[in-house]
Design a protein around this ligand. Structure first.
Ligand code: PMV
Length: 310
């Protein structure tokens, strides 16, 4: 049996502005992964969940999830695999539509597993390119940040149309990742920002540039060995995302609850209008912040250490 997996991701700074050409910083979130396994089968190709339910099968289009069917067909076409007699199983720990890059992680694991099954060596760049194409099915106009950080599984600074740069992190730091429980498909807030840019081009462009400036400052802070100084930048980034119209009352409540409980910084992460909030904490105060986030409505909280890069 062939098994492959890929991690979730979080965006530390710069979501939305990255769609419009600004830089953004993304981190892999390996506490949650999508796993795909492939075994030979006597029947036609089927893509199933580990509980046995059918996700997608080219010969059963009406019973298939349309997005997962398109993902599967895209990967098969790009790998030039025709009518394989295999059973593909998916076990994903990554909640969907909440800023973790669930679709990109599934597509990455699927691409690697199908390439291995076909005996076809595949570079990270090619996996990235295929996953970017599948991302367009879900998001319409993705920047490419999700697939890039998930395929490379390392902290990176991403600007559309350029090679991603490794991010230097001089000292490790701790983040709480809090799920608001609200879900919103990425394309909805992304379209709202695009409309805002059309209606109010100058005001919106200033917000996007301010977010880009925060990302550049954050890169310097990450390399400086004083990661708690990221906190102020996180609050500023969150406020600018609010101005873009992609926060929500619940996300704002989670951010201010984290701040009142002593977090150095907090912001929404990902497309917004739901999904997750990240909070920068000192090890000693993380329990207080976690409790405050729970009281404010978080349905699940992960505590993760972002490791220094050298
Ligand atoms: O997939 P999400 O919810 O993490 O959103 C990705 C980040 C956006 O900047 C909002 C969209 C994009 O394509 O970069």
């Amino acid at each position: 049996m062939i098994r492959e997996s890929a991690p979730a991701k979080i965006i530390l700074f710069g979501e939305h502005a990255v769609v419009h050409g600004q830089p953004a910083i993304a981190l892999p979130f390996p506490a949650l992964r999508a796993h795909v396994s492939i075994s030979e089968s006597a029947t036609e190709l089927e893509f199933r969940s580990v509980d046995g339910s059918l996700l997608a099968a080219p010969h059963l289009p009406k019973k298939s999830d349309p997005l997962l069917l398109q993902m599967l067909l895209t990967v098969l076409r790009r790998l030039r695999i025709v009518a394989p007699e295999i059973s593909v199983l998916l076990y994903s720990e990554i909640p969907q539509a909440c800023g973790f890059g669930s679709g990109a992680a599934i597509a990455t694991a699927l691409t690697r597993a199908l390439a291995r099954h076909a005996g076809r060596p595949i570079s990270a760049a090619e996996v990235n390119d295929i996953v970017f194409e599948t991302e367009s099915i879900f998001h319409g106009t993705p920047s490419g940040i999700d697939n890039t950080v998930i395929v490379h599984e390392r902290a990176l600074c991403f600007t559309r149309g350029t090679d991603p740069l490794p991010v230097q992190i001089d000292q490790s730091f701790q983040l709480l990742v809090a799920d608001s429980g609200d879900r919103c498909a990425t394309h909805i807030p992304v379209s709202a920002v695009r409309e805002r840019l059309q209606l109010h081009p100058e005001g919106t462009a200033v917000i996007l540039e301010d977010i880009g400036a925060i990302v550049n400052k954050a890169l310097r802070v990450l390399a400086s060995g004083q990661p708690l100084a990221l906190g102020t930048l996180m609050y500023k980034n969150h406020a600018l995302l609010g101005k873009l119209g992609v926060s929500s009352p619940l996300l704002d409540r989670l951010v201010s609850a984290a701040g009142s409980a002593g977090a150095a910084g907090a912001k929404l992460s990902g497309a917004g209008r739901g999904g997750v909030v990240i909070a920068l904490v000192k090890e000693s105060g993380s329990a207080d912040v976690a409790l405050a986030l729970q009281d404010a409505g978080a349905v699940q909280i992960w505590n993760t250490t972002i490791q220094a890069t050298n």
